[in-house]
Design a protein around this ligand. Structure first.
Ligand code: ZN
Length: 332
């Protein structure tokens, strides 16, 4: 609960950080994060890495001409072609085929940009590949559907997870329900299924009822404040982050030394980029933690969060307050 709260209240700072990133992206600058195969960052600009770009074009071209993923991957591996020093994985392969950055269009968290990634693949070829992917179900992204009680439900009888799923009834209507994995996958459990909506409403309603009591609110708020005081006092997270920052800086210094002594290998540059990326991530976390430490959490904020904020978003409520739901057929 405390961590959920801290995340919620540090959103203000992360807004400021995001605004800065947005301004830089509008100027076409690279703002960190993992780089796509085929690209490198040079002076905060993304440039095409010609050797890798050739492989990207080859992959798109072969796929568009009907070669299947397995064959393409096998041939690449046989030729010793690697993706970040490992053989190409199937997932990576399909992620690449789906990625519009290769035609210069980047869908980022704060908008769509056409000025950050220089195109590697011609648009007609890219479109051709998308049409094939759409037809080929294996290539379609199998994204886990999101549902409210994801990773929270456990079967009281067999101890396995209970997942939401969608089925079609005999009359053709679509039904959503929660089903025990022990029953579905392992056939070791008799737990009956429960309608998705029924279970979710029950959990939400039960939680609302708990939050409806002033006594419960006081108990939770006191406990959160105790954790907060302790954390302000020992600064444990900040200390860990600072140690991580120093370590990341040490790695960068070592690589710099190697470069100065003329020891250069093909991986030096990649390692340097990874180290710099890591350092900037840690620095951002330190900033957020420092902000949290300066901004004393107040008891009123906790109460406000529990009595108002959380009630407006079932997701936030479940994420923050529910650790585990154990389900039986007759009790929960
Ligand atoms: Zn079960």
């Amino acid at each position: 609960m405390y961590i959920g709260l801290a995340e919620y209240y540090s959103a203000e700072l992360s807004q400021k950080v995001k605004r800065g990133i947005h301004e830089n992206r509008k100027k076409g600058l690279y703002c960190g994060g993992a780089l796509l195969f085929g690209y490198r960052a040079v002076d905060r600009k993304i440039v095409v890495h010609e050797d890798e770009a050739k492989i990207v074009r080859l992959i798109f071209d072969q796929y568009a001409h009907g070669k299947d993923a397995k064959t393409i991957l096998r041939e690449l591996t046989a030729q010793g072609v690697k993706h970040r020093s490992k053989p190409f994985a199937v997932n990576t392969f399909y992620d690449m085929l789906h990625n519009p950055k290769y035609i210069g269009i980047a869908h980022l968290s704060d908008g769509v940009y056409d000025n950050i990634y220089p195109p590697i693949v011609p648009k007609p070829l890219f479109d051709e590949v998308q049409a094939i992917l759409a037809k080929n179900k294996l290539g379609a992204k199998s994204r886990d559907t999101d549902y409210l009680l994801k990773r929270k439900c456990i079967c009281g009888y067999c101890g396995k997870h209970i997942h939401a799923e969608t089925g079609t009834a005999r009359d053709g209507s679509v039904r959503h329900y929660y089903k025990c994995e022990g029953r579905k996958k392992y056939h070791i459990c008799q737990k009956s299924v429960i309608k998705q909506d029924d279970l979710e409403q029950l959990v939400i309603q039960t939680t609302h009822n708990i939050l409806n009591s002033q006594e419960n609110i006081d108990t939770i708020a006191d406990a959160v404040m105790q954790i907060h005081e302790k954390r302000m006092h020992d600064k444990s997270l900040l200390n860990i982050l600072c140690a991580e920052r120093d370590e990341a800086q040490r790695v960068i210094d070592n690589i710099m030394n190697a470069i100065e002594q003329g020891i250069l290998t093909p991986t030096t540059k990649t390692r340097m980029e990874q180290a710099e990326e890591k350092l900037s991530e840690i620095k951002e976390k330190i900033l957020i933690e420092q902000y949290n430490l300066q901004n004393q959490l107040k008891r009123e904020q906790v109460v406000e969060f529990l009595q108002h904020t959380i009630l407006q978003s079932p997701q936030l409520m479940i994420h923050t307050l529910i650790k585990k739901i154990v389900l039986y057929d007759d009790k929960i």
